[in-house]
Design a protein around this ligand. Structure first.
Ligand SMILES: *[C@@H]1O[C@H](CO)[C@@H](O)[C@H](O)[C@H]1NC(C)=O
Ligand SMILES: *[C@@H]1O[C@H](CO)[C@@H](O)[C@H](O)[C@H]1NC(C)=O
Length: 316
């Protein structure tokens, strides 16, 4: 609450009348703002509640308010009593409503019936009522197991609807968990404003994990309460076929009866250290030196064995 000296008030009022006449609309000039108040958003009430009081010379009466919060959007939020008390009738939302309400205050000097017009400014204060939100609840990426360490894997993005100039609207990322836990890699996240990039130290190894599920959290820095949310990042590892198949067990000479076709002659066994069933594990057999195309060889999809069969009957 501030009381302005009468002389000053008069001077201001004369000047402000000129401004109104001049432009016909509100000018954001501090000079003619008699008072400023602030409303905390999401105030629970009960309504109406007293916001403050404008202290004026006793000769002024018939107070009237016009402008934002009264007869301009957002309407019907504010009123003034005969004693100069400003009242709030509704909840304000910092994220939806204007951040500042600009109002005109009018009063009449009962001694000479002159109208005094002054400006009034009401600020809306943000509270921490929004958690940072990820752009996606699940992110997915596929990387080769030869992916270099300290090279970006994936970038997540989050936003917070609270005032980004304050701690209520700023947040930081952390990795909450990595599943499965393997000793060959360590994931970390680096933040750049509203984005977080995931990297790792170590070596990916398809044989250790074919997929990682990383839970990332974004938490704001609110002073009274902190709000947070999480997102899931799925990192699929691509097998790089880093193991060669090796023949295990030596096939000896086999006998085939002449004039017989479609019979299995022998099975070749191989071992491959790539993950069983994966593309990198699957063996492919090729026959050399069979110019007459008497034999064919196929891969058993389950055992990975090479099955050699006679396709053309041979004449002894
Ligand atoms: C009201 O009018 C009277 C008479 O003209 C004057 O003396 C007084 O200063 C005025 N008050 C204000 C606040 O303008
Ligand atoms: C942040 O939010 C709290 C309520 O959670 C509020 O009291 C405080 O004034 C806000 N801070 C800023 C700088 O807006």
């Amino acid at each position: 609450m501030r009381t302005l000296p009468v002389n000053f008030l008069l001077l201001l009022s004369v000047w402000s009348v000129c401004v109104w006449a001049d432009s016909g609309r509100i000018r954001q000039k501090r000079a003619w703002i008699i008072d400023s108040f602030s409303i905390e958003e999401e105030h629970p009430g009960p309504f109406p509640y007293k916001l403050g009081k404008i202290e004026l010379d006793k000769s002024l009466v018939n107070f009237v308010l016009h402008g934002q919060g009264v007869d301009e959007d957002p309407k019907n939020i504010l009123s003034i009593t005969d004693t100069g008390e400003i009242r709030v009738h509704k909840k304000m939302d910092y994220e939806i409503d204007p951040k500042v309400l600009l109002l005109k205050f009018e009063a009449i000097n009962k001694s000479n019936n002159e109208v005094t017009r002054l400006g009034l400014e009401i600020k809306i204060l943000d509270i921490n009522d929004h958690a940072p939100k990820f752009q996606k609840s699940v992110y997915e990426v596929t990387v080769d197991e030869s992916h270099a360490q300290d090279k970006s894997v994936l970038t997540v993005l989050a936003t917070d609807d609270d005032d980004s100039e304050t701690n209520n609207g700023t947040f930081s990322f952390t990795i909450k968990s990595v599943t499965p836990k393997t000793d060959n890699v360590e994931f970390y996240i680096q933040q750049q404003k509203e984005s977080g990039t995931i990297y790792f130290k170590g070596c990916l190894n398809y044989e250790k994990a074919q997929k990682y599920t990383v839970l990332v959290e974004a938490k704001d820095k609110g002073e009274k309460i902190q709000l947070s949310s999480t997102s899931t990042v799925i990192i699929n590892i691509l097998d790089n076929n880093n193991n060669l198949p090796e023949f295990s067990g030596k096939p000896g000479p086999e006998k085939v009866k002449e004039r017989e076709a479609g019979v299995e002659v022998l099975r070749l066994q191989v071992t491959d250290k790539d993950v069983r069933g994966s593309k990198a594990w699957k063996a492919k057999y090729i026959i050399y030196g069979d110019k007459k195309e008497i034999f064919k060889i196929e891969t058993d999809p389950v055992t990975n064995e090479g099955i050699l069969t006679v396709v053309k009957p041979m004449d002894y």
